[in-house]
Design a protein around this ligand. Structure first.
Ligand SMILES: NC(=O)c1ccc[n+]([C@@H]2O[C@H](COP(=O)([O-])OP(=O)(O)OC[C@H]3O[C@@H](n4cnc5c(N)ncnc54)[C@H](O)[C@@H]3O)[C@@H](O)[C@H]2O)c1
Length: 256
């Protein structure tokens, strides 16, 4: 197959969680550009509806919105059923939802700490597992891509985000575990670990976060669209021997 054809996703079906805005929305646009059809999944229906409608119209594809609370097993089961109802199968799943809590260790409440793990780690497990069950049942050699973070490796000083960092370290190792267990089915599981991403675009970022930029070797934040190529590589036939892999895209932050 010609190199660029390996990156095409025509006929591939799946879902992207947390796709109503930010990184997930950029992924949705990118995957639609290469022909994939998928559910735009998020907890705010109006947001995912707008993204799905815009992309369906722009790329003439069947892209559907699904409301889902990723930390709720019933809601995830319902989401998976709707994806299968719409597309008949699941070839790829991008588990991208993540939330952050800035409360320091000495005062973070048990409920808040728990919520971060519930959404970022348990929720990611649920949506990944839902896709995996369908892939195994249908004999699909699918791909799972999890959004981790450089925070799974480093501590984002001066912020106090212990619950977030813990959850992302968990996502990275859950990716490893899933990759090893799923290899016998031909299902590949990988993750992408972004550094600081500016949702407003690559150029402008709030003044008070200048310190974060100063610590980044590239001296800038990335735009969400700069991550899309890595996800596409991991989702497509361009990466058939890659499983349990983590692609860190952080402007060099974790190296210093
Ligand atoms: N933005 C960054 O700098 C950065 C850096 C590293 C990693 N990440 C990771 O990338 C992923 C996406 O980040 P983002 O900045 O685009 O986030 P975002 O907050 O802009 O978007 C996340 C989306 O997920 C949805 N969501 C949140 N909780 C949910 C839940 N419980 N169930 C269903 N949907 C839910 C939100 O409604 C939102 O639309 C996250 O996992 C995040 O941890 C982000």
């Amino acid at each position: 197959m010609a190199l660029l054809d390996m990156f095409r996703m025509d006929g591939k079906k799946g879902f992207i969680t947390g796709a109503g805005q930010g990184i997930g929305k950029a992924l949705a646009d990118g995957f639609a550009q290469v022909g994939a059809e998928f559910a735009v999944v998020g907890r705010t229906y109006e947001k995912v509806r707008i993204v799905a409608e815009e992309l369906s119209e722009k790329y003439k594809l069947n892209i559907i919105p699904i409301e889902c609370e990723v930390s709720d097993p019933e809601s995830v089961n319902n989401m998976i059923s709707k994806v299968v109802e719409a597309y008949g199968t699941i070839d790829f799943a991008i588990n991208n939802v993540g939330i952050v809590c800035f409360d320091p260790i000495e005062s973070v409440s048990p409920e808040n700490f728990h919520e971060i793990l519930d959404v970022n780690l348990f929720g990611l497990f649920l949506t990944a597992q839902g896709a995996i069950k369908v892939m195994i049942e249908k004999g699909v050699k699918g791909t799972i891509i999890n959004t981790a973070s450089m925070s799974g490796h480093i501590i984002n000083t001066p912020q106090t985000t212990s619950s977030y960092c813990t959850s992302k370290a968990g996502v990275i190792h859950l990716t490893h575990s899933m990759a090893v267990e799923m290899a016998k089915y031909g299902i590949r599981v990988n993750c992408v670990s972004p550094g600081y991403i500016s949702k407003a675009g690559p150029v402008k970022f709030p003044e008070e976060r200048q310190g974060w930029i100063d610590r980044t070797p590239q001296k800038r934040f990335a735009g969400p669209e700069e991550l899309v190529g890595a996800y596409l590589y991991l989702a497509s036939d361009a990466s058939l021997y890659a499983t349990g892999t983590e692609i860190i895209i952080d402007g060099g932050y974790t190296l210093i």
